[in-house]
Design a protein around this ligand. Structure first.
Ligand SMILES: [Zn+2]
Length: 436
């Protein structure tokens, strides 16, 4: 551990800060809060609006479609365009509160608490699988100009980008974005070949349908490694290339953004993005081992146990059941758990056992501490040693509250593993505070 003080962060909105003047003081006193991650609600400068790839407010459907990602089957990532129609530019709400944001920052700084502004990235809606294409220059120029504006205009200490990734893994169509012409060119520039990647993925999908359910289960029980899977599934290199390409594409773009932010706000200004859970990171384009190339910190996002790992395991098991004839639910869950790096955990044997959507689903049948601890450990092992890291855990926020003792043990574990602090989502189990 370094001599740096332990970082204790919390996600906040300007509104919450302004309406509850005593909240921050309480948090500073009781949990040692020293970092506020405030969602960006500021106005956009003329420079940012000039870089806006939308053609009006609201933007035309044709323009939205021209900016979105394409699936390898040729379809647009989504037909649900509502969230884009109601945005002023990619992943930015048209509702501003410039004065409120500035006042909130002032109040936080007065308490000697650092401020990072939180902005959005390419995946604007996980639930609609709506992703702006990371291979398009118009999209990347917009994000670059926006992040520079956030970094240089508010006197804050950092800019933290969330959703700077492909859609979350529990929506499997997101795994196969984006194969548009711009991404094909970007792939070529990075040394990949789009057409062979796409044909190798289709080959694997066909091959999967020929597998015998009993053989597959027996193989899963041997706890196969990477080369076992390559042999069993007859995986061609394009499948591995696909996931490496996506991580390389995001990496290059994020290097560009960080360079621009550092040029505008100074090299000590903090820029970076949160981190999908390590076990699943490569499925959303997050290569943790490369994190220091483009991010000044890592914040492994471990607070969404239900919609990240749990829903991924159940959705992928359902996919396997649809594609391998006769395979049982428990076998499918076991195989997927093994495949995505959770094979060492005692997970529910049925999809119903996951109790998804119920208030205690993350710890009723799921070994929450072991699961979060495993991804905390992996993050520490995969991340470059020089990257400070702050796992994001629940402090009592939507949608689920974890028991206080569990939260405290997970914080201790993070520090024991050598992380540099934690960032909380919500505080309802941490402190008693009546919100206004
Ligand atoms: Zn694309």
């Amino acid at each position: 551990m370094s001599d740096q003080p332990v970082t204790t962060g919390l996600y906040l909105s300007p509104n919450m800060i302004l309406k509850n003047p005593a909240y921050l003081e309480t948090l500073k006193r009781e949990i040692g809060l020293n970092l506020a991650l405030i969602n960006f609600t500021g106005e956009l400068s003329d420079e940012v609006m000039k870089a806006n790839p939308f053609d009006g407010s609201p933007p035309s459907d044709a323009r939205i479609r021209s900016l979105l990602s394409h699936h390898i089957d040729g379809e647009l990532c989504t037909q649900k365009l509502d969230s884009a129609r109601s945005s002023i530019g990619p992943h930015v709400s048209p509702v501003f509160d410039e004065d409120g944001l500035r006042e909130a920052i002032r109040q936080v700084h007065n308490l000697e608490i650092k401020v990072w502004l939180v902005g959005g990235g390419w995946t604007s809606s996980d639930f609609d699988v709506l992703m702006y294409c990371p291979g398009k220059d118009a999209v990347n120029t917009w994000y670059e100009t926006l992040y520079v504006h956030m970094a240089k205009s508010y006197g804050v200490d950092g800019v933290d980008i969330t959703h700077a990734r492909y859609p979350m893994t529990s929506y499997p169509r997101g795994l196969f974005l984006c194969s548009c012409e711009d991404c094909a060119i970007a792939a070529g520039d990075l040394g990949y070949d789009m057409s062979s990647m796409v044909s190798d993925i289709h080959h694997s999908a066909q091959r999967l349908r020929t597998l015998d359910k009993d053989l597959l289960l027996e193989i899963a029980r041997t706890k196969p490694g990477l080369w076992d899977l390559i042999q069993i599934l007859g995986l061609r290199r394009g499948v591995l290339d696909w996931f490496c390409f996506r991580a390389d594409l995001l990496r290059g773009n994020l290097i560009r953004f960080r360079n621009a932010v550092h040029a505008a706000a100074g090299k000590d200004f903090i820029f970076g993005t949160d981190t999908y859970p390590a076990s699943l990171g490569m499925f959303v384009g997050h290569n943790q081992a490369a994190w220091s190339d483009f991010s000044d910190f890592a914040s492994p996002l471990l607070s969404h146990v239900d919609i990240f790992p749990m829903m991924t395991l159940t959705k992928w098991a359902q996919f396997l059941m649809q594609n391998v004839s006769g395979i049982s639910e428990s076998a499918a869950l076991e195989i997927i758990g093994q495949l995505v790096g959770y094979g060492s955990l005692e997970m529910p044997k049925t999809i119903g056992g996951y109790a998804l959507g119920e208030p205690d689903c993350e710890f009723r049948n799921v070994p929450l501490e072991e699961l979060v601890g495993l991804d905390m450990l992996k993050a520490k092992l995969f991340l470059p040693v020089e990257t400070p890291s702050y796992p994001i855990i629940q402090g009592g926020g939507a949608p689920h509250e974890w028991p206080l003792e569990m939260v405290n043990r997970l914080k201790s574990l993070a520090l024991d593993l050598g992380h540099n602090g934690v960032i909380y989502q919500g505080t309802s189990v941490l402190v008693d505070f009546e919100f206004r």
